[in-house]
Design a protein. Structure first.
Length: 214
């Protein structure tokens, strides 16, 4: 029986308007394995044959490279553009990273945790009730669906869970005690980085719709 994966091709390239986001164009008769593999590394569907990886830590080339290797292991043909390959091959570090005691791999792990928080908020799995500015950064309180409530500290790739609570009431009361008059309702306004990520997805979706319409 022929291997359907061998007839699948995935082209990976940098997003035309977002410096680090990666676009995957899929072609072939059965794309289930390719889609699932890309999704495992954070790619999100734009349409049936296009997926996008956009992160708040700008680590898209690193995870795109992992996805490319997994796809090839599954027998899928992968093409990576020269521009994206250059980004993959460039090992860079965060300038003036506040967690100076972490090495590169540990910074990447911390960023991955922050990315998961961001994705949980974006998907609605983590609902934010209140936010505040503590004089240095943004803090917030929220509750996971069917799970615990949390306090969050920081923004973008530096956001962490700073405390956990059994109930929303406990978490909110503690948050109000900590931040008093600085507390504001609902989630905090999106950061510039979060807005850029949302714009990248929206821009790609719009361009793909235009191509389909033509």
């Amino acid at each position: 029986m022929p291997n359907a994966a061998s007839d699948v091709h995935v082209d990976l390239s940098l997003h035309p308007e977002h410096s680090s986001a990666v676009v995957a164009h899929l072609d072939g008769p059965q794309l289930h394995t390719a889609r699932a593999t890309l999704a495992s590394e954070g790619f999100r569907p734009v349409n049936d044959t296009t997926m996008l990886l956009v992160r708040i830590d700008h680590e898209e080339p690193h995870y795109a490279n992992i996805a490319a290797n997994l796809l090839r292991s599954a027998g899928i043909t992968v093409h990576v553009t020269d521009q994206l390959q250059e980004e993959i091959d460039t090992e860079w570090t965060w300038a003036n990273h506040p967690m100076a005691w972490l090495d590169r791999d540990e910074i990447r792990l911390a960023s991955a945790d922050a990315q998961k928080i961001h994705d949980d908020i974006a998907s609605g799995r983590l609902a934010l009730h209140l936010h505040a500015f503590d004089g240095h950064t943004t803090v917030a309180v929220g509750t996971y669906q069917h799970a615990e409530s949390v306090h969050l500290h920081g923004e973008n790739h530096l956001r962490v869970v700073s405390g956990t609570y059994d109930t929303p009431g406990e978490a909110i009361a503690a948050f109000e005690r900590l931040y008093g008059d600085a507390v504001r309702p609902g989630p905090p306004p999106p950061t510039d980085t979060e807005q850029q990520a949302a714009h990248a997805l929206a821009a790609l979706s719009t361009s793909e719709e235009a191509i389909t319409a033509d």
